[in-house]
Write a protein that binds this ligand. Structure first.
Ligand code: BTN
Length: 250
């Protein structure tokens, strides 16, 4: 597999599919996946979110895509940093190309503007033994959808900028941002990880969390290499896995 190939040099453009992540997984299972390939769709009948949730999106309104990466040469411990790299890419797309302010990452995989979610990522890994063979990075970004019946606290580019956006243009910007961030990850994974941590909601500021029904205030000091959130409260740093705690937004 040629890893010099850039992300998005080849794009499979589907009108409708169950899930672009599933389609990418099928290519891998059939032995016909290639590094950097993007699978995108106008509509998903079974879009997948984190933790078994569904990801719904109106037909042709948003960016729904999955990137296949050849990860054979990476240590398994880099899984979370690679995930962080793509969160940064989505955040930088919004800040640099659309000049949106107040873009933050909600640990572990959500991209927010203010206190509203605009994008979510779902990374699925393919391991053979102890070799990390592939990563499928699924990305959903709300572009032109303005009504979100199932979810509140959601926004889109159109809602933020008061103007219909070109999906094609946002896809090009995203490809550019992914290539820039992936190149930075290859050169300096620590740098990418630091950037991710500093973008987190609650980084170096007090915010509220809920654990087993109990609310407490803490500040985010960072994330461990394996992706646990490190919170400072009661004078010491404690680590939490996803779903152990919930961030409370205003
Ligand atoms: C989340 O926030 O829960 C993650 C959402 C990830 C959605 C994207 S849309 C393209 C790709 N295909 C899927 O089935 N899911 C991801």
């Amino acid at each position: 597999m040629n890893k010099q190939v850039k992300i998005g040099e080849e794009i499979i453009d589907l009108r409708e599919i169950d899930s672009t992540n599933n389609y990418a997984m099928r290519l891998i299972n059939q032995g016909i996946a290639s590094h950097g390939l993007i699978v995108k769709a106008d509509y998903q009948t079974n879009g997948k979110g984190q933790h078994g949730n569904i990801w719904t999106s109106e037909q042709g309104k948003n960016l729904l895509l999955s990137v296949i990466l050849d990860t054979q040469e990476f240590p398994l411990e880099d899984q979370f940093i690679l995930n962080a790299c793509f969160c940064n890419a989505v955040a930088s797309l919004l800040m640099e190309h659309y000049e949106i302010k107040d873009v933050r990452i909600k640990w572990p995989n959500d991209v927010f503007v203010g206190n509203r979610k605009i994008a979510g990522l779902l990374m699925e890994n393919v391991l053979r033994g102890s070799v990390w063979q592939y990563a499928i990075v699924g990305i959903g970004i709300n572009i032109n959808q303005v009504q979100f019946p199932l979810l509140n606290r959601t926004t889109s580019l159109k809602l933020l900028l008061n103007k219909e956006q070109s999906l094609k243009q946002s896809e090009r910007y995203l490809v550019k941002a992914m290539n820039a961030n992936y190149a930075a990850f290859l050169k300096d994974p620590e740098g990418i990880f630091n950037e991710y941590q500093q973008m987190l909601i609650g980084y170096d500021e007090k915010i509220s969390f809920k654990k087993k029904g109990e609310v407490f205030t803490a500040s985010v000091v960072g994330v461990s290499k394996s992706g646990e959130l490190q919170l400072l409260f009661d004078g010491s740093v404690k680590k939490f896995r996803h779903k152990e705690i919930e961030l409370i937004l205003d």
